[in-house]
Design a protein around this ligand. Structure first.
Ligand SMILES: CSC[C@H]1O[C@@H](n2cnc3c(O)ncnc32)[C@H](O)[C@@H]1O
Ligand SMILES: [Zn+2]
Length: 436
């Protein structure tokens, strides 16, 4: 058998239905797709490869999927910390964005985010930010996957003047990336408090028509729910339900406030939930009841949120936090075991973004989105269980190789498609411009 690329590793965690950990296995990659997964001994006998990558002491996992972020906000990392959500947004972040966010900001911020995410094993992200056409271009240039958000908010910004303008720009983006192999688009109305019902209804109609996902902040804080009850006499989830937005196309981010009947409704409709544990803790937003959602059959994936509320874009760390926090919230050490955390960071993310036929696991025919972690570091030795080691002990600087659709984007810890020095210099420039 001939293949373009053959990767040997000590462990392969494909995120299959059995949560397998395969020892001494090899992956074949051809024309950007996984063409075989077999014991190394067999591969050495049967496979002739153009390129062989031997990774002793490494584990291979599917590319991580950051299911909620605002990539360009890397340039606001550390600008305003230790504040609750509404103070943080209204008094710091939105004024800074009003003053500074333009196409150059989004290009430089997204490049920094893409560099950080690729180095940490993230191969795909779901983004919500101004100038998504810039985010999409930078991402495609780096060879990374993304779902670029066609954003909608009620207020005018430098990006768009009114609802019609937001929709017009979003739809242009959707057309532009219709057949792109890596970048797709989805609607991204910010929240039920920043987007009124007429544009939300339009999102519903257009997302059905275009068959795209809808990505929104929902039940992030108790205050959001209280305000909605006061103003509309309904909880935000109920408003979206009334507008017909709950369903497998909805990606609901945060969901820290949920009654039992709401969990049942989310499960019944197939709505996806994105858990952002570090952002929720930092902004003191609340705790998403992850174990209860999973028990109810809800697809729960992981996101970092933006770097201004986290303050990094590290999904390996988010996996660990999610696994630990779930145990505390559920009062059960069995809540969110390591295998579940890895699934949430990979296949569940792909399901939420509607791309699980393409990525999210190391299975035959799927795109070769592959991450190799070097587990020979002192803090990941000795090794009893590769998955547990990865979730509870590994750090993102152990990511040594990353492939997306078969293209290597990180080689020996370094980016292949991006210039790190130029990106860091641009970020430094913004730091002095924004906060002299
Ligand atoms: C319309 S572009 C996205 C918008 O969302 C803001 N944002 C970043 N993080 C959060 C969060 O946790 N909750 C609500 N809004 C957030 C970001 O600053 C942009 O203005
Ligand atoms: Zn967010």
């Amino acid at each position: 058998m001939h293949t373009e690329l053959l990767i040997h590793a000590d462990w392969v965690l494909p995120v299959d239905t059995a949560d397998s950990t395969l020892e001494h296995h090899s992956l074949c990659v051809d024309r950007g797709r996984i063409s075989a997964l077999m014991p190394r001994a067999e591969a050495e006998q049967q496979v002739e490869a153009l390129r062989i990558v031997d990774l002793p002491g490494h584990a291979l996992i599917p590319g991580l999927i950051n299911a909620h972020t605002h990539a360009a906000m890397t340039l606001l990392r550390g600008l305003a910390d230790d504040l609750p959500l509404m103070t943080w947004l209204h008094e710091h972040i939105w004024p800074a964005e009003g003053r500074w966010v333009d196409t150059e900001f989004v290009a430089d911020g997204t490049r920094l985010a893409v560099l950080e995410m690729l180095r940490g094993g993230i191969t795909c992200f779901n983004d919500m930010y101004f100038y998504p056409e810039v985010t999409a271009r930078i991402t495609a240039e780096a060879g990374m996957r993304a779902l670029a958000g066609m954003i909608v908010v009620d207020f005018p910004t430098r990006y768009a003047q009114d609802a019609d303008d937001y929709f017009r720009r979003g739809l242009e983006l959707n057309q532009q990336y219709r057949d792109h192999p890596l970048v797709r688009t989805g609607f991204a109305p910010h929240s039920t408090y920043a987007v009124s019902e007429e544009p939300l209804a339009r999102v519903r109609t257009l997302s059905d028509e275009l068959e795209v996902q809808v990505h929104t902040h929902l039940h992030e804080t108790r205050d959001e729910v209280v305000q909605s009850l006061r103003t509309h006499g309904e909880r935000p989830l109920a408003r979206l339900d009334r507008l017909g937005l709950l369903g497998p196309s909805l990606i609901a981010v945060h969901m820290t406030q949920l009654e039992d009947d709401e969990i049942a409704r989310v499960a019944e409709t197939g709505t996806h939930v994105i858990h952002c544990p570090e952002s929720n803790m930092k902004l003191a937003s609340g705790f998403c009841p992850v174990a209860r959602l999973l028990d109810a059959g809800v697809n729960v994936a992981l996101g970092t949120d933006g770097a201004a509320s986290n303050n990094d874009l590290n999904l390996l760390a988010e996996m660990r936090t999610a696994a630990l926090l779930a145990k505390g919230v559920a009062g059960s050490a069995a809540a969110v075991p390591a295998e579940t955390a890895l699934r949430m960071a990979t296949l569940n993310g792909a399901k939420a973004l509607g791309i699980d036929d393409e990525t999210g696991s190391l299975e035959l025919g799927k795109a070769a989105d592959i991450v190799a972690l070097d587990l020979r570091n002192p803090h990941t030795q000795p090794l009893y269980h590769a998955c547990s080691q990865m979730v509870y002990a590994a750090s993102s600087n152990q990511v040594s190789q990353v492939w997306i659709a078969g293209q290597q984007v990180i080689r020996d810890h370094e980016p292949v498609t991006l210039s790190a020095p130029a990106i860091l210099e641009a970020a430094q420039g913004w730091r002095w411009r924004i906060d002299q």
